[in-house]
Design a binder for this molecule. Structure first.
Ligand code: GLS
Length: 834
């Protein structure tokens, strides 16, 4: 059956963009999609009507992109990631469509508060933090750069938990983000795939009498794709984020049902659907649970099978898989793709091993996102074999060939062979996913210059020595559309008034702002915008927490996942130091500060949760102590997420990037703060190094040991007590915590933190304490000269051009993916594809 290729004129209510069109479209969607007359409509109904009005205006671009890519058989980037932390879609889509202002006007004219509708949208929290948000920024830039792209991931029914704070403790609440429906996605059940699990393998002879292997799985689940468009900024490109939902096969229950085992039959359905039920809430740490491996294999197999379907649909021979697709592995979470692509090509498409291997290596590339040993993924052999018996065979085969190559390249070096093997045999046996990713990829990269160097010197040293040509650095970036244009409209306006709007897609143009640092009017505007944004945040803090904060204080902000290596507790040591100074001399002249914290702790991470409790405990004492006289305020902002982040970055004066050097792979919050004119206090860690290089040392508050010094200090035998004994201020801080001063006299509550620091201090807080406090004193001093501070703020923003994700993505396109932009054609009406 084939529709005649007729041109259909589309109704203005679907695509029109005059204020009148937009108003009519909104009312129509309210009536016909939400099924509500205005008199009965809720705020959510209004939001949904607006979302549908926007979605209608995306469809033409989305369909035209699909048609263009299909007709041109375009080379396509497939970004495989277990996490996509997209944030709210509505405002962002309006920005990318260039419809933000007209839509605001239309909605306001209808007497509805547009900003409230924007705030009404929840967010799909399908990620933990930086890694998932990076994937989202990259989709934005890929579309902006008109690169044909598929994002592939998991449609978790429950995303990252909602965080409440009760009595100072984190409480986790499930995130039912799909409760009110999701207007941004379309289910595509027609492209459902089947995912096998368990069972055994066997060999058989094919019709030519050749032995082949075959997997006889014990069970299977269906993968149903749900598509969300990802728009490029003011271009026709609309790419697809395809997230997979696990469902039970329709026929699964017949046997059990016929034998009367109704419960067993239904239970099988529950088990299948569990696979995509919930996101594991750990950042920078693995969860060695079988369900996690199921999730990984599930979405990888769904995605690779989908690519094969697309190849066949476009009649491209399978030998050209690597020419059609560039597949990026976002960390090792999708590393099973190495074995799965081999299985699909060899067992199902009947390619020879060597040809399949060349295709696999040429297709895949791997990004490493962390050096932390607790994040290196490995799977127990038995668990792995039970779930993926054929993949274990394939991995053994890859390993045997690989070991043979290493053996001749590095002769008589058994220790090296043992380290590089895909199988860890030092004790209990494991499959090493980073090794698998390295061997199966043609390119390997870290996410900041320092991190990429350390990768070569430490965790991936052997792989670097074996194939140095595979390694490169791709420093992370963030999208200026969401993190400047959408979240900071006032600054965006000021900048655009001065230098035009070219910077939005070419962030280096912000350099032009440097010419205005001696222009008092510009500086004054810059400063008053910052103050106005701080006032908005202050108002919301007053409303939500009942705490008064002054916009004349330094807004000193640390928002990120709570982790010992990120050292929120070092920040606290400084706060308590200031407090002790005030207690010792209540009339001391200190620069007022508002310390804001935000971030989630992994539910099973005891120390991180105790750190949240310590922030709350310290804030309770300080905020109400009359001696402080409001000069210091401390607030823990609950449920930090993308939506809230958009209000936080623009309001910051000071960005805390204080991880132990060598531990933070890159960081991306550091970039978002600096773009919005915050100054950074930080260590030489991750991308801080490059941020300081760009901003200039004189515009950056640097403290602490370098990664090299940290290594030396540890090698020499680090003794935190020596620092404690030598530093009376540090002593007083620790003693106050230990004494129960912040815990209503309870000496045991924070003892785990105190003991950890006194006995081992694995993240060297004590070694960096003095340097940090002195640096914070320089911050306080600098803030007193508002003119100078404002100039530094402008220079920071002006020099952050390289941290646009457009730059990062351009580098991936040129050096790793070898992919070029494809301009999507514009049509007036729409027509059926022929
Ligand atoms: C992370 C790193 O910890 C961050 O430093 C990095 O910015 C981010 C994106 O590359 O990846 N790795 C991880 O497991 N979670 C992260 O946020």
């Amino acid at each position: 059956m084939q529709l005649r290729n007729e041109l259909v004129r589309v109704e203005a209510d679907r695509t029109g963009t005059t204020i009148d069109n937009l108003k009519r479209a909104f009312l129509e969607n309210l009536y016909y999609v939400q099924g509500k007359p205005p008199a009965l409509a809720t705020l959510n109904d209004y939001y949904m009507a607006l979302a549908h009005t926007v979605r209608d205006r995306i469809m033409q671009r989305w369909n035209n992109s699909a048609i263009t890519y299909t007709e041109n058989q375009s080379r396509t980037v497939c970004y495989l990631s277990a996490e996509f932390l997209m944030g709210p879609h509505l405002g962002n889509n309006l920005i990318n469509l260039g419809l933000y202002e007209p839509m605001k006007q239309a909605i306001d004219e209808l007497g509805i508060n547009f900003d409230e509708l924007i705030e009404e949208e929840g967010e799909p929290g399908l990620g933990n933090g930086g890694l998932g948000r990076l994937a989202a920024c990259y989709l934005d830039s890929l579309a902006a750069l008109e690169i044909p792209t598929m994002g592939y991931g998991i449609r978790y029914e429950f995303g990252i938990f909602k965080q409440d704070i009760r009595d100072g403790w984190q409480v986790e609440i499930t995130d039912k983000w799909l409760r009110n429906g999701n207007p941004w996605e379309l289910a595509r059940p027609e492209w459902t795939v089947s995912i096998p699990f368990g069972g055994h393998t066997e060999s058989y002879r094919n019709s030519q009498g050749v032995y082949r292997a075959r997997w006889v799985p014990a069970w299977e689940v269906k993968g149903v794709p749900y598509d969300t468009p990802t728009l490029g900024y003011k271009v026709n490109t609309a790419n697809t984020l395809r997230l997979w939902k696990a469902e039970a096969p329709e026929s699964f229950d017949f046997q059990a049902f016929n034998t009367g085992d109704y419960y067993g039959a239904v239970n099988a359905k529950v088990v299948s659907e569990n696979i995509t039920k919930v996101l594991y809430p750990n950042d920078d740490e693995i969860q060695g649970k079988v369900l996690r491996l199921q999730q990984q294999f599930f979405f990888v197999s769904c995605s690779l099978q989908d690519m094969i379907r697309i190849m066949k649909g476009q009649k491209i021979p399978m030998e050209r898989f690597h020419e059609k697709f560039a597949v990026q592995l976002n960390d090792t979470h999708p590393a099973i793709a190495v074995a799965e692509l081999m299985r699909l090509l060899v067992d199902q498409e009947f390619l020879g091993w060597d040809e399949a291997w060349a295709i696999t290596q040429n297709t895949l590339a791997y990004t490493n996102h962390t050096l932390l040993p607790e994040a290196l993924e490995r799977w127990q052999i038995d668990l792995f074999r039970d779930l993926l018996p054929r993949h274990l065979e394939i991995i053994y085969e890859i390993n045997q060939r690989f070991m043979d190559d290493v053996r001749v390249k590095f002769i008589d070096d058994d220790a090296r062979l043992a380290r590089m093997s895909l199988i860890d045999e030092s004790g209990e046996r494991y499959v090493r996913m980073a090794n698998l990713a390295c061997v199966g990829s043609h390119a390997i990269n870290g996410v900041a210059a320092l991190h990429s160097e350390l990768l070569k010197q430490t965790v991936l040293k052997d792989f670097y020595e074996y194939s140095p040509e595979k390694f490169s650095n791709k420093t992370n970036g963030v999208t200026p559309r969401r993190f400047m244009v959408l979240s900071n409209p006032r600054l965006t306006q000021l900048i655009t008034d001065r230098i035009g709007s070219g910077w939005i897609t070419d962030l280096e143009q912000l350099r032009q702002l440097e010419q205005f640092i001696d222009d008092p009017a510009f500086c004054q505007q810059w400063r008053s915008i910052k103050q106005a944004i701080k006032q908005d945040l202050a108002d919301s803090i007053q409303k939500d927490y009942g705490v008064d904060v002054s916009i004349d204080s330094i807004f000193d902000i640390q928002v990120k996942r709570i982790h010992e290596y990120k050292r929120q507790h070092l920040n606290l040591l400084h706060i308590i130091t200031l407090y002790n100074r005030i207690k010792a001399n209540p009339n001391i002249d200190i620069t007022p500060r508002t310390f804001l914290f935000g971030g989630k702790a992994a539910p099973g991470y005891f120390m991180a949760k105790l750190m949240i409790k310590l922030v709350s405990a310290v804030s309770e004492v300080i905020n109400r102590d009359p001696d402080v006289r409001g000069r210091i305020k401390v607030v823990f902002l609950k449920n930090y997420n993308v939506k809230f982040a958009q209000h936080v970055y623009p309001a910051a004066d000071l960005s805390e990037q204080i991880s132990t050097a060598g531990k933070e792979a890159s960081g991306t919050g550091n970039m978002k703060f600096a773009m919005n004119g915050a100054l950074t206090i930080g260590t030489l860690d991750g991308a801080n190094v490059e941020i300081m290089e760009q901003a200039g040392e004189e515009n950056f508050f640097l403290f602490g040991l370098t990664a090299e010094e940290v290594r030396e200090r540890k090698a020499r035998g680090y003794d935190p007590k020596a620092y404690y004994n030598a530093n009376p201020n540090l002593q007083l801080v620790i003693d106050r915590i230990a004494s129960g001063f912040f815990s209503h006299g309870d000496k045991t509550l924070f003892q785990p933190i105190v003991d950890n620091l006194m006995q081992s201090d694995p993240y060297l807080l004590f070694a960096d304490y003095q340097s940090y406090v002195e640096c914070q004193d320089r911050v306080a001093e600098a803030y007193r000269d508002q003119d100078k501070w404002t100039r530094m703020s402008i220079l920071n923003a002006a020099r952050m051009g390289m941290f646009s994700s457009d730059r990062s993505i351009q580098e991936y396109c040129d050096d790793i993916w070898n992919v070029k932009p494809v301009t999507v054609k514009e049509t007036e009406g729409f027509c059926s594809a022929t």
